[in-house]
Design a binder for this molecule. Structure first.
Ligand SMILES: *Cc1c(COP(=O)(O)O)cnc(C)c1O
Length: 351
């Protein structure tokens, strides 16, 4: 941990200094005018009610969680807490989620990247070698990985985390969509340098509310809470998150439908002549290889459907990432995909 973080005196907010119940709050220069939702008041800096709900619904103990303004804030804070700018480095695999390296660069922290294997699995021996050669502050592992949808072996992750003297961050943003998923949360008990991230942006439908969850040893949780902005998660966000977690049946139904549609759409894609490969995904998207991804994406855009061209990423030549939409959206996508086949044969048509 950076010395200046260890030694800094945290900001002490009005909400930190008084936490009981009072009739009249004249301690935070808030407005007395407000609706029933309490939006005129500052939110709880420690998201206590939300974290109790996280414990109940996700099964992660209260004292092992903290909440960020999206996972992106958690990534940024971990880099700022553990890495000295201009000196330390973090390690990522490629291809993976782009924010790890962007946030490292923002903080002037070097990025060591180790390519995945051809199979898009972790190159464990390459990573172990890189870990032994260069002392890392943070190793980022994304499982299921974005943009491949592939889940890595928890035993491999545990071995890498044990050999890494720094922090190992396991990003489980898409874990809800994976069947028989083994979470890295179980590793924290025996390795206090493991940090796991979850988000309510994907399976829980709250991307606009910005709720990222960090599971870690209470010592890391305490440092995160000391270093973060005091009111990093809005009251609206906390309330929306509690509402979503209480309604777990709705989440389960959506996840079930997405898994069904993922299977169906994957099989459909493989029947199309211009699709070269489809990676079996455990996330809410499918990565498929197409003959001319630029042309393919602009065709779909002309039909009003936007997908993500990932073909410039290493190992992903021709790769296009397609989010699993609702059944109705997927039907429209399939219609457009059939139209693209016809266009290849007969020239431009788009309905
Ligand atoms: C979408 C995504 C997130 C979520 O980020 P938030 O800031 O919580 O919305 C985190 N990690 C990965 C790999 C993602 O794809």
């Amino acid at each position: 941990m950076n010395k200046h973080i260890r030694e800094m005196v945290p900001y002490s907010s009005a909400r930190d200094e008084f936490s009981g119940h009072a009739d009249i709050y004249l301690d935070a220069n808030e407005s007395w005018l407000g609706g029933n939702d309490g939006i005129n008041r500052y939110p709880d800096p420690l998201c206590r009610k939300l974290r109790k709900e996280i414990e109940k619904t996700l099964g992660i103990p209260y004292q092992m969680t903290a909440v960020g303004n999206g996972s992106d804030e958690i990534i940024d804070m971990l880099i700022r807490i553990f890495c000295e700018p201009g000196k330390d480095s973090v390690m990522i695999e490629r291809p993976t989620y782009g924010e790890y390296s962007v946030l490292a660069s923002l903080n002037n922290v070097a990025v060591i990247d180790v390519p995945l294997q051809e199979s898009l699995q972790l190159d464990k021996s390459g990573m172990l070698k890189a870990i032994a050669e260069r002392k890392l502050k943070i190793l980022f592992i994304c499982s299921p990985n974005n943009p491949t949808g592939i889940v890595y072996s928890l035993d491999d992750i545990a071995e890498l985390a044990d050999c890494n003297e720094g922090i190992t961050v396991v990003d489980e943003a898409y874990s809800d969509f994976s069947e028989d998923f083994r979470s890295a949360v179980s590793l924290i008990e025996s390795n206090k340098r493991v940090v796991v991230m979850r988000t309510l942006s994907k399976a829980w439908g709250l991307a606009g509310a910005r709720i990222g969850i960090m599971a870690a040893d209470p010592e890391i949780i305490a440092v995160f809470n000391k270093a973060k902005a005091p009111y990093n998660v809005s009251r609206l966000g906390q309330d929306a998150a509690i509402g979503a977690l209480v309604n777990i049946e709705a989440e389960k139904a959506v996840v079930d439908e997405i898994r069904r549609e993922r299977k169906r759409l994957g099989a459909f894609l493989l029947l199309l002549p211009y699709i070269r490969w489809v990676i079996p995904s455990e996330a809410n998207f499918i990565l498929a290889g197409v003959d001319d991804p630029g042309r393919f994406c602009s065709y779909l855009a002309s039909c009003g459907i936007v997908v993500r061209n990932r073909s410039s990423e290493p190992l992903l030549s021709g790769g296009v990432r397609i989010t699993i939409g609702s059944e109705e959206e997927n039907m429209k996508l399939e219609e457009a995909l059939v139209g693209y086949s016809k266009m290849q044969e007969e020239g431009p048509v788009c309905r």
